[in-house]
Design a protein around this ligand. Structure first.
Ligand code: NAD
Ligand code: UDP
Length: 342
C-alpha cells in the first residue's frame, strides 16, 4: 500500500468503522435522502464501508443524527439538514430516495406533509437526477398494493387502495411517486429503479414505530401485555441488512421496472408474539385489541423477480434478526432510563 494511503487508513481506522479503498473510477458520489432514518442509516453504513462518497439529506422528522453520528467528520461523508420538498442543487451520480415517514403513526401525524414529501419531494429529486444525469432509486412500498385481493403479491398486481382512507396519504403518495419515476424515465430519459419494500425491522427502528416487531419487543421487555389487532392476521418481516443488500443490488442492476423486496416467510401474528415472548424470556400476557381501520389483513411478497434478476433473497434467519433487534431495544430502554433526569 502506498505510504500516503497507509497513513490515511491508519488515521481513520481509530475513529470510524472500516472503509474500503475505492479508486476514483469506481467511487461514486451518492445521495441518500432520508439517510438519517432507520433504513437510510443502514444503507449509509453499507455504502460508506464500500468506499463511496455519501451525502445524507434529512429534515430529521423521524430520523436522528445519532443514527449516522459515527460518520460525522469522515472525508467521504456529508450530512445536510434539508427538506426534500424544497429544491436541492448538488452534484451526484446516484440518488437513493428514501425520504418519507414510513410507519403509520408517523405518516398519519401530518398527512399533508406526507403527501408533499412523496410528491413534491420526489419531483425535486427526479429534477435533480435529470439535471445531473444521476440514476434514482425510489424506496416505494408494499402499501402500493393496499389491502390486496391476491396472495402473494407480485409486481404485476395493480393494488386495492382506498384513496380517501387514513393510509391514503402514504399509499397514494408512493403510487404517484412511482408514476413520476416512469414519467421522468419516458419523457426525460432519467434512469430509475423502484424497490417495493415490504415490512422491515432491525436496529435503529423507532421506539414508537407502532408496528408489531417494535411493539411486541418493547412490551415483552417491559413485562407489559403483547397487544395486537385481530385484523393483522399474518406477518412477514425482512431484516434491514437483507433489505440494504437488495437496494444496492437493484440500484446497480439494469432493471427499471418495480421489484419487490421482502420476506416471503409468513407467520400468524400469534406465532410472532409467542416467538418474541420466548426470545425475550418474558412473562407478558398476549392480548387482542379491536381492529384498526383499513389495516390490511395480509401482505406477502412474491420475490421471484428479485431472486431471478438480482440473485437476491433474505438470508438472515428470523430468530437471529429478532435477537439483534431485541438487544438494540434493550440498549435504547437503558439509554432512556439513564437520560430521563438530564
Ligand atoms: P424512517 O422514518 O426511519 O426514515 C425516513 C427518513 O426520511 C427519516 O430520517 C426522516 O427524517 C426523513 N424525512 C422524512 N420526510 C423528509 C423530508 N420532507 N425531507 C427530508 N427528509 C425527510 O423510515 P424508514 O423505515 O427508514 O423508511 C425509509 C424509506 O423506506 C421510506 O421511504 C419508506 O416509505 C420506505 N419503506 C420502509 C419500510 C419499512 O418497513 N421500514 C417499508 C416500505 C417502505
Ligand atoms: N430540481 C432540484 N434540483 C435540481 C434540478 C431541479 O431540486 O438540481 C427541482 C426543481 O426545482 C423543480 C423540480 O426539481 O421543481 C423538477 O425539475 P424539472 O427540471 O424536471 O422541472 P422544471 O424545473 O422544468 O419545472
Amino acid at each position: 500500500m502506498p505510504t500516503l494511503l497507509y497513513f490515511l487508513s491508519l488515521s481513520f481506522s481509530q475513529k470510524y468503522p472500516p472503509v474500503k479503498f475505492l479508486s476514483e473510477k469506481d467511487r461514486k458520489r451518492i445521495l441518500i435522502t432520508g439517510g438519517a432514518g432507520f433504513v437510510g442509516s443502514h444503507l449509509t453504513d453499507k455504502l460508506m464501508m464500500d468506499g463511496h462518497e455519501v451525502t445524507v439529506v434529512d429534515n430529521f422528522f423521524t430520523g436522528r443524527k445519532r443514527n449516522v453520528e459515527h460518520w460525522i467528520g469522515h472525508e467521504n461523508f456529508e450530512l445536510i439538514n434539508h427538506d426534500v420538498v424544497e429544491p436541492l442543487y448538488i452534484e451526484v451520480d446516484q440518488i437513493y430516495h428514501l425520504a418519507s415517514p414510513a410507519s403509520p403513526p408517523n405518516y398519519m401525524y401530518n398527512p399533508i406533509k406526507t403527501l408533499k414529501t412523496n410528491t413534491i419531494g420526489t419531483l425535486n429529486m427526479l429534477g435533480l437526477a435529470k439535471r445531473v444525469g444521476a440514476r434514482l432509486l425510489l424506496a416505494s412500498t408494499s402499501e402500493v398494493y393496499g389491502d390486496p385481493e391476491v396472495h402473494p403479491q407480485n409486481e404485476e398486481y395493480w393494488g386495492h387502495v382506498n384513496p380517501i382512507g387514513p393510509r391514503a396519504c402514504y399509499d397514494e403518495g408512493k403510487r404517484v411517486a412511482e408514476t413520476m419515476c416512469y414519467a421522468y424515465m419516458k419523457q426525460e430519459g432519467v434512469e430509475v429503479r423502484v424497490a417495493r419494500i415490504f415490512n422491515t425491522f432491525g436496529s435503529r427502528m423507532h421506539m414508537n414505530d407502532g408496528r408489531v416487531v417494535s411493539n411486541f419487543i418493547l412490551q415483552a421487555l417491559q413485562g407489559e401485555p403483547l397487544t395486537f389487532n385481530l385484523s393483522s392476521a399474518f406477518v412477514s418481516k425482512l431484516l434491514s441488512s437483507d433489505l440494504v443488500n437488495g437496494l444496492v443490488l437493484l440500484m446497480n442492476s439494469n432493471i427499471s421496472s418495480p421489484v419487490n423486496l421482502g420476506n416471503p416467510e409468513e407467520h400468524t401474528i400469534l406465532e410472532f408474539a409467542q416467538l418474541i415472548k420466548s426470545l425475550v424470556v418474558s412473562r407478558s400476557q398476549i392480548q387482542f385489541l379491536p381492529e384498526a381501520q383499513d389495516d390490511p389483513q395480509r401482505r406477502r411478497p412474491d420475490i421471484r423477480k428479485a431472486k431471478m434478476m438480482l440473485g437476491w433473497e433474505p438470508v438472515v434467519p428470523l430468530e437471529e434478526g429478532l435477537n439483534k433487534t431485541i438487544q438494540y431495544f434493550s440498549r435504547e430502554l437503558e439509554h432512556q432510563a439513564n437520560n430521563q433526569y438530564i
